[in-house]
Write a protein that binds this ligand. Structure first.
Ligand code: FDA
Length: 394
């Protein structure tokens, strides 16, 4: 049986980064990946251009039962550090909006960069061996850690769980990290689909008729507000703003939408004075896609000209448009969730090294851990930062 210094389970974003760092420190690292190629989620991310980090990434952009946990790793490996690496590899990039950085070319460049970083291990006497098509089925804590796949058995003093979360199972995602957590007695925060479209039923079902319509709105769930585009779909609500609030949404909660976040209070009464012959439908059509304007006007039910509508009714309409309450009956689940929130409880791990407090030599990084970023490059930044924290500690 081959002996390594460390075995990293999962060659995704966090596992590749961790293996490269550890290898460059002179360690012999084995990186085991069940898929036939590494970094599959990186390859499909950001529409194929990989939103690889966010310039504004800080602890406030993450959900976790312990919001302080991510601070240390994020401070020690920042978005600027990853950007320096990208630039050293000559990868052209651009900032889209809100600090989101993408490759100009292809996400393949990020995977190639991480593999090249793994190869650099040999410069310092280290080595990273990547074995794809190796699904880890069993781990035993015997004389360090023994890992079994269908084709082999490997041993190391250190083991890193970097198998991600179960979102998008058709990409090969698994809940294996949670199986290992249970085996080693590490507590789990209930894993839930996050950054996921929400489904509408009941009275809201009418909005499914305007599938394909998008508009910039402010959406709020559980007091957390985001301003970006919302998209109506044949199942309910999607678009960046809904994905963002979905991470804070829990079954039974409403999602409040301000359809006209730029408008100042009193705008509808001002419209009544300026254009008394206009209708609610016509003024909404000036600001919103027509199909959305029509359905909102119909639901509010003021059909008369504004000049003939009572002020109180217009004030009420304005309030409804600013706090439209949707009652999602669910989400599209792990099949469509960009990430999984929850996971291995941070209380089980050192925030400096990601090592399990109860099990020396056992580490957990990336999405497997209860740290979940907003949409916009934050999840990769956590994968890089937690991967580096463990890679430097192994
Ligand atoms: P990741 O899932 O990347 O890697 C885990 C690896 O472990 C996988 O390769 C898996 O095959 C392997 N594995 C699982 N079980 C195993 C087993 N038993 N044995 C061996 N290997 C096993 N984030 C972001 O910041 N910017 C973006 O643009 C996007 N875009 C995006 C698009 C889409 C469609 C999705 C689904 C997700 C994103 N994300 C994102 C989120 C981002 O992809 C995610 O947060 C990181 O990939 C998490 O990195 P990890 O390395 O933790 O898990």
């Amino acid at each position: 049986m081959t002996q390594y210094d460390a075995i990293v389970l999962g060659a995704g974003a966090a596992g590749l980064m961790c293996a490269a760092r550890a290898g460059q420190r002179g360690l012999r690292v084995l990186l085991l990946e069940r898929a036939e190629q590494p970094g599959r989620k990186i390859l499909i991310s950001g529409g194929g251009r990989c939103n690889f980090t966010n310039l504004g990434a800080g602890p406030a952009n993450y959900l976790s039962a312990n919001p302080h946990f991510a601070k240390s790793a994020l401070a020690r490996y920042t978005a600027r550090d990853f950007l320096d690496l990208v630039e050293r590899h000559g990868i052209a990039w651009h900032e889209k909006t809100l600090g989101q950085l993408f490759c100009d070319g292809s996400a393949k460049q990020i995977v190639a960069m991480l593999l090249a970083e793994c190869e650099r291990a040999t410069e310092n006497g280290g080595d990273v061996t990547l074995r794809c098509g190796e699904e880890v089925t069993e781990v035993a804590a015997e004389d360090g850690y023994t890992v079994r796949t269908r084709s082999g058995e490997y041993r190391a003093q250190n083991l890193v769980i970097a198998t991600g979360g179960p979102s998008i199972p058709k990409m090969g995602a698994t809940g294996f990290a949670y199986e290992l957590a249970r085996q080693f007695g590490l507590k789990l925060v209930e894993p839930r689909p996050a950054l996921v479209p929400l489904t509408l039923g009941g009275d809201d079902v009418l909005f499914r008729e305007i599938s394909g319509v998008a508009a910039p709105v402010t959406a709020t769930a559980n007091k957390q507000a985001f301003s970006e585009a919302a998209l109506f779909t044949h199942r309910g609500l999607s678009g960046p703003v809904i994905l963002q609030v979905s991470s804070y949404w829990k079954p039974g909660d409403p999602v409040s939408v301000d359809f006209l976040p730029e408008r100042e209070t009193g705008w509808l009464l001002a419209a009544k004075r300026a254009t008394p012959r206009a209708t609610l439908r016509s003024v909404l059509r000036e600001a919103l896609p027509h199909r959305l304007a029509d359905i909102l006007a119909e639901r509010i039910g003021i059909a008369s000209e504004l000049g003939n509508a009572p002020d109180a009714a217009l004030r009420e309409a304005e309030t409804r448009l600013a706090r439209w309450s949707f009652h999602p009956n669910g989400s599209e689940g792990f099949a469509k969730a960009e990430v999984t929130s929850g996971g291995i409880a941070t209380g089980e791990l050192s925030s400096q090294t990601m090592e399990a407090k109860k099990h020396p030599g056992l580490y957990a990084i990336g999405e497997a851990v209860d740290v979940t970023g907003w949409l916009g490059g934050y999840n990769f930044q956590w994968a890089w930062a937690s991967g580096v924290a463990a890679g430097e500690a192994l």
